[in-house]
Design a protein around this ligand. Structure first.
Ligand code: SF4
Length: 290
């Protein structure tokens, strides 16, 4: 397993004064994160736009790992929008119970199925304007579905993305719509979906909300917030955590790279054990994130 550390910088990077400088620095960070997490993808398991849409709705207030535990049963029992629409609430509630807020989620999912049947012939629409009219679907969820199930580039501003965008100096806003717009101007559209994935991966694994592990961070040299977290490499390493279940064989390490290094492919996990790029993802692993 590759588990080498990078040498932390002596001090935080400056936010460049010019727009060009800021874009250049942002893209350096992005390229480095792609090297670090080449397998980054939406961490929800899905095999169709409908499955991703439902899984994303279920992911509210819980982890993707938790959602992935219930969706195989859910999708076997209710394989399409019509089945969701006519579900018996108490039966679905039992399946969704482990994800929390299961009564509200059951209502949302059944209502979603009904609206899809009534207004979209049971199919998930592939346009943002249509998606956000569905119950329980906001801009973030719509972008996750567009980016990963339809291959339409989108920036998914969840809690991780917003936090890291501010730490990187890409924005000062806490409004997801503003963050999406400001960050979108710094990157080509084709990179938006992968950008969302790698930033979220980094937020989950290293740049945590309360204790970022700066001392083992691969983008520390370009980060204006270096030093907000633990800078001592040994102490920082102890902060690392993983949200994905460990692949077969044991604990999954964060595959830290030395410059030019090669990530350990065994860390990568695919959708239900399939290759990393999901069947319906034109953009997932570059080709969300949530
Ligand atoms: S872990 Fe520290 S250095 Fe790395 S991105 Fe987060 S704040 Fe910046």
């Amino acid at each position: 397993m590759t588990s080498e550390t990078v040498t932390p910088p002596k001090r935080a990077a400056r936010v460049p004064e010019t727009a060009t400088g800021r874009v250049r620095q942002a893209r350096r960070i992005y390229r480095r994160l792609v090297e670090q997490y080449p397998y980054a993808r939406a961490e929800l398991d899905f095999e169709s736009p409908l499955e991703l849409l439902v899984a994303t709705i279920l992911s509210a207030q819980t982890t993707d790992v938790g959602v992935n535990k219930v969706t195989p049963v859910l999708f076997r029992r209710y394989p399409d929008a019509a089945a969701l629409a006519s579900a018996e609430p108490s039966e679905m509630e039992e399946i969704l119970r482990p994800t929390g807020f299961y009564r509200a989620k059951t209502r949302s999912v059944i209502k979603l199925g009904q609206e899809l049947v009534e207004r979209f012939d049971g199919e998930v629409p592939g346009k943002l304007a249509d998606l956000v009219t569905l119950p329980g679907v906001g801009r973030k969820t719509a972008n996750v579905v567009l980016g990963n199930a339809f291959g339409v580039p989108g920036i998914t501003v969840d809690t991780h993305f917003g936090r890291l965008a501010r730490r990187f100096g890409w924005t000062t806003s806490t409004d997801p719509v503003v963050v999406e717009a400001e960050v979108g101007e710094m990157f080509p559209r084709k990179d938006w979906t992968m950008l969302s994935h790698v930033v979220v991966f980094h937020g989950r694994r290293i740049c945590h909300a309360r204790k970022p592990a700066c001392g083992v961070c691969p983008v520390a040299q370009w980060c204006p917030s270096f030093g907000d977290g633990e800078t001592d490499p040994d102490k920082a390493r102890a902060l690392l955590k993983y949200e994905l279940g460990a692949p077969k064989g044991g604990e999954a390490p964060v595959p830290l790279l030395v410059d030019g290094g090669v990530p350990d492919a065994s860390f990568s996990t695919g959708h239900r054990g399939t290759p990393v790029v999901p069947r319906h993802s034109g953009a997932g692993a570059q080709g969300e994130a949530r």
